[in-house]
Design a protein around this ligand. Structure first.
Ligand code: ATP
Length: 289
C-alpha cells in the first residue's frame, strides 16, 4: 500500500447548460454538455497515524475544516469504509474559487479517487459517483471527466465523443457568483431561449468545432450578463481577438472563448493577461481523460 497519492483535479466548462424542469425538492433538472479542461489543482493525500483529517492550502480564505469539500469527501469515504487512519491533504489551488469551473467539486472527486487508491478500497466508478453525488451534483462528472452529457440534477453522466483539439481561453472577472443565487435568479423569470443540447452532441460526434461553437448556450447567462455587463464585454473582446465563440461557464462568472487558431489564442491570452483580469486569465485546452 502506498502512503501518498498525488492527483490533478481538472476544471470543467459547460459547452451547453439547459434547465428542463424542477424536482419537488427544488433541485433543477438539467441537461448539460460538460468538458474537462487542462487548468487543474494539485492535491497530495498522505496517510498518517494521527486519526485526523488535516487540510493545508495555498489560499488563505479557503476553509480547511468540514466546510472544505475535500474534508467532506474524505470524512464520507472514511466513515463508509471504516478507515481510522489520519489523512493529510495539501491542496495547491489554481482553479479560481466560485467561478463556475467546478473547482470545489473537482477537489471532492480527487479525494474519492485518491482514498480509493491509497486504501485499495476497490470502489467501482459507480460507487464513487454515488458517494460523490451526496457532496455535489457536479462531482460525478469530475470523477469521470472528459466530454460528457450530464442529466438529472447533473449526476447522470453519459460519456460523449471527445471534443476536437482547440485552445480555450478562460477569463474570470474579479467577483464570484454563488451557484445558488444564479439559479434563484433564473427561476424568477421564464427562460426565453433553450440551447440545443442535442445539436452540440451531434457536432461532437462529427468532430465539428464550428457546429459546437454555433450551438453553445447557457440559460444562466441571460440574467448574469444583464446584472454584470462586463461579461458581455469580455465575450465581445474574445470574439474580436478571434474566438469562434465565447460564453459564461456554469453559474459563472468565468467566461471561456474557443479558438481553432493557436496563434490567435496566444495573442488573446496576452491581451487579457495584460488587462485588469490578468490574475485570473488562463490559456488551456480540452482534456480527455
Ligand atoms: P460549480 O461550477 O460546481 O458551481 P464553482 O466553481 O462555482 O463550482 P467552487 O469553486 O466549486 O464553485 O466553490 C464554491 C464554494 O465552495 C466556495 O464557497 C468555497 O469556499 C467552497 N469550497 C469548499 N471546498 C473547496 C475547495 N476544495 N475548492 C474550492 N472551493 C471550495
Amino acid at each position: 500500500m502506498n502512503n501518498e497519492c498525488e492527483i490533478k483535479a481538472f476544471a470543467k466548462i459547460n459547452l451547453g447548460l439547459d434547465i428542463i424542469g424542477r424536482r419537488e425538492d427544488g433541485y433543477h433538472l438539467l441537461r448539460m454538455v460538460m468538458q474537462s479542461v487542462g487548468l487543474a489543482d494539485r492535491l497530495v493525500f498522505s496517510r498518517k497515524s494521527t486519526g485526523k483529517i488535516r487540510i493545508r492550502t495555498n489560499l488563505d480564505y479557503l476553509p480547511t475544516g468540514p466546510k472544505n469539500l475535500v474534508y467532506k469527501a474524505t470524512e464520507l469515504v472514511c466513515s463508509k469504509y471504516g478507515i481510522e487512519d489520519g489523512i493529510d491533504v495539501n491542496i495547491e489551488k489554481r482553479i479560481p474559487v466560485a467561478a463556475g469551473l467546478a473547482g470545489g467539486s473537482s477537489n471532492a472527486a480527487a479525494a474519492i479517487i485518491a482514498l480509493d487508491s491509497l486504501f485499495e478500497l476497490g470502489m467501482s466508478t459507480e460507487d464513487m459517483c454515488v458517494l460523490g453525488t451526496t457532496i455535489g451534483a457536479d462531482v460525478p462528472f469530475c470523477i469521470i471527466g472528459g466530454t460528457a452529457l450530464a442529466e438529472g440534477i447533473g449526476e447522470r453522466i453519459t460519456t460523449l465523443p471527445a471534443m476536437p483539439e482547440c485552445s480555450i481561453l478562460l477569463v474570470k472577472p474579479r467577483f464570484g457568483i454563488s451557484t445558488k443565487d444564479a439559479y434563484r435568479e433564473v427561476d424568477a423569470r421564464p427562460i426565453e431561449q433553450h440551447p440545443d443540447i442535442d445539436a452540440i452532441k451531434d457536432a461532437l460526434g462529427r468532430k465539428d468545432l464550428d457546429g459546437i461553437c454555433a450551438n453553445m448556450g447557457n440559460v444562466l447567462e441571460t440574467v448574469s450578463c444583464t446584472k454584470y455587463p462586463v461579461l458581455e464585454e469580455i465575450k465581445a473582446r474574445m470574439r474580436d481577438d478571434g474566438a469562434k465563440n465565447a460564453m459564461m461557464s456554469g453559474s459563472g462568472p468565468t467566461v471561456f472563448g474557443i479558438f481553432d487558431d493557436r496563434n490567435a489564442a496566444q495573442k488573446a491570452f496576452i491581451d487579457f493577461k495584460g488587462s485588469e483580469y490578468g490574475r485570473d486569465t488562463f490559456l488551456t485546452g480540452p482534456v480527455n481523460i
